[in-house]
Design a binder for this molecule. Structure first.
Ligand code: F6R
Length: 618
């Protein structure tokens, strides 16, 4: 799930590559590298690689004086290690035996071991432990056998032999104005100006350079030359992808004076929720979805819903299960995407499969949705990224309008996902006649109060920090919740472990006594979601169970709830809201808690170790 970039026709090629790589860092930052071609045919290409990510690469490039002057073509890469540890030798670009060809890759080449055996037998010298390097040598080999087909022909023949996923960019010093790019599953976008052509793993990496983009589809190959892009399929048929203009605001992706992206993005949550709610109610009382290619009749005929997602998006899906079952009276199954795909799920044309994905590119979810389509299920995607792979393939799309999220841990997109899913639950209920339109409208109106409540929860950041400081020495945390509080507990635990690297686990509070309570001992810190729901009394009984075994208890409680406060060692206060909307508010103090804890431990909240923002490997 690395980030790739390339440009041809530009004047400050190295600067463009370095700036783009810095913007792509959220996709991985184990190591980084770039290669540029000389201005004249046949000269050696120049490569720089650093084991510690884009900042070290930038330092390295600035210190070096041997970069070829006047280069207008180059490619770059920021890595999230899969095959081979993070090191300079494993950093991309990888080169062939001649040193004339360089290649960057995002994805996984599944048959790399058999291909590398074959290459070694043929006399190639492979230097890294990566799955990628075989591509450079296979292309070299094709070029040797069929030089008349040129670089694009050699890439085409190579890709026919490859199993797995890829977005690649290749340059060769024999064709100094050309970048050949190709994709299968892993994302790749291309940008165009009158004099330049460029590519990257996402659009923001190229914003500032162009607003005109083309999207490469699976098994297509692109030839990028200054001011032009030609696209063909793997079998050589030419295709003309539409040119799209984007109106993103690049400033939206900067920190706006916050110390890090995560705090900026947490503070944007009221806006993310408000924007996702905006204009959803049409004058005729129906709800407006983006890109609906499922008719109301088809929605009425749905008899089962599957939700597939990963990580925080999965937790948002889990929260929505309660709302869809309660309002729309539809059975909902929810699965982690990587499990769903391989477990032979029972689906047909009356099943609605909802994919929840901030990026719209997570390969586990993308493939799960493709599996669903294979069974003729209807596919609806909730995503934050317009024109992402999932949204392009879906029957219907509901966009979260959270704006670009750079911090690796999802915050504002998570709240926007829950909001979008609740809207969907109301839409399904209304379409299927399980709620009257006026009832759906009342619920939507009630949702209008959520941005202010989220704002109020955020204003308590300093109080949450005091609580985090009190428990900063604890090595582990147990999170408990019931009903919609259960996925809130799971999300609180995930945020804490990914940001602070502390052991944290979430449980349904009622399940604790069936095993996990054995780990509770004096001093264990238990964080419970104890806001006022119909299960509050049962939740408090579970809190009593851990307290009586000596646990220290921190409770998320509704403002002014003294009864809950009396049972707690510390309280994280939130405003009260309708039970089915409460995750949107109740998760906020748990995000703040994880954030404070990570900062207290001196950790980088935007770039937690071992993680990447977009996960395009299985
Ligand atoms: C956690 C987090 C991840 C993502 C997961 C799915 O903070 O961000 O768990 O939620 O990788 O990503 P998307 O939503 O892009 O499919």
């Amino acid at each position: 799930m690395c980030g790739i970039i390339g440009i041809t026709g530009g004047e400050e090629t190295l600067d463009v590559l370095l700036e783009g790589l810095a913007r792509l860092e959220y996709r991985g930052y184990d190591s980084a590298g770039l290669a540029v071609l000389p201005a004249t045919d046949g000269g050696p290409l120049w490569r720089a690689r650093a084991a510690n990510g884009t900042r070290s690469l930038e330092d390295l490039v600035k210190r070096t004086e041997d970069a070829p002057p006047g280069s207008s073509t180059g490619i770059g890469h920021t890595r999230w290690a899969t095959h081979g540890r993070p090191s300079e030798a494993n950093a991309h670009p990888h080169v062939d035996c001649t040193g004339q060809l360089a290649l960057v890759h995002n994805g996984i080449i599944e048959n790399h071991l058999e291909l590398s055996d074959e290459l070694v037998l043929a006399g190639h010298h492979l230097e890294s432990d990566t799955d990628t390097e075989v591509l450079a040598h296979l292309i070299e080999s094709e070029l040797g056998t069929h030089p008349e087909a040129g670089l694009v022909g050699a890439v085409r023949e190579t890709l026919r032999r490859v199993r797995g996923y890829f977005a690649i960019a290749v340059i060769h010093s024999g064709e100094p104005d050309l970048i050949v790019a190709a994709r299968r599953v892993s994302p790749l976008v291309m940008g165009l100006t009158e004099t330049e052509a460029m590519l990257a793993s996402d659009i923001p990496a190229l914003l500032g350079r162009t607003r005109s983009f083309l999207l490469l589809e699976d098994d297509q190959i692109a030839e990028l030359r200054p001011g032009s892009i030609r696209v063909t399929t793997l079998d050589g048929t030419e295709v003309i992808p539409p040119l799209r203009t984007v109106d993103y605001d690049l400033d939206a992706a900067r920190k706006d004076g916050y110390p890090d992206y995560m705090s900026k993005e947490m503070h944007e949550q009221p806006m993310a929720v408000a924007n996702t709610l905006l204009d959803r109610l049409l004058p005729d009382g129906t709800l407006a979805l983006d890109e609906v290619r499922i008719s109301d009749d088809e929605l009425r005929s749905i008899d089962k819903v599957f939700i597939v997602a990963c990580g925080s998006s999965y937790h948002a899906g889990l929260m929505a299960k309660y709302a869809i079952e309660h309002w729309a009276r539809l059975p909902v199954e929810i699965d982690i995407s990587s499990e769903f795909r391989y477990r032979d799920p029972v689906l047909d044309s009356r099943t609605l499969v909802i994919g929840v994905s901030q990026s719209g590119e997570t390969v586990d979810t993308l493939q799960a949705l493709r599996e669903a389509r294979r069974w003729n299920a209807k596919v609806l995607v909730i995503s934050n990224v317009v024109d992402s792979s999932m949204t392009r393939e879906a029957d219907a799309v509901l966009y979260t309008r959270a704006g670009p999220e750079i911090g690796v841990a999802s915050t504002k997109t998570h709240l926007a996902q829950i909001t979008a899913l609740e809207i969907l639950a109301l839409y399904l209920a209304q379409t299927r006649g399980t709620l009257y339109p006026h009832e759906a409208r009342e619920f939507l109106d009630a949702m209008g109060a959520l941005p202010d409540k989220v704002e109020t929860a955020l204003e308590r950041a300093a109080d949450v920090e005091v609580v985090a400081t009190a428990y900063r020495a604890s090595p582990s945390f147990i999170f408990l919740g019931r009903h919609v509080g259960y996925p809130v507990a799971l999300e609180g635990a995930l945020k804490l472990k990914e940001l602070s690297y502390l052991w944290a686990e979430g449980f349904p509070a009622g399940e604790l006594k069936h095993g996990p309570i054995a780990v509770v001992e004096p001093g264990t810190v238990v964080i419970g979601v104890a806001t006022r729901t119909h299960l509050w009394e049962k939740m408090m009984a579970n809190v009593a169970e851990v307290k009586s075994r000596g646990a220290t208890v921190v409770l998320v409680a509704n403002d002014g709830d003294e009864e809950t406060e009396r049972q707690a060692d510390a309280v994280l206060w939130v405003p009260e809201t309708h039970q089915l909307f409460s995750p949107i508010v109740d998760v906020v103090p748990l995000q703040l808690f994880a954030y404070s804890m990570a900062r207290l431990h001196g950790l980088d909240v935007d770039r937690p170790r071992n993680l990447a923002k977009v996960v395009t490997v299985e």
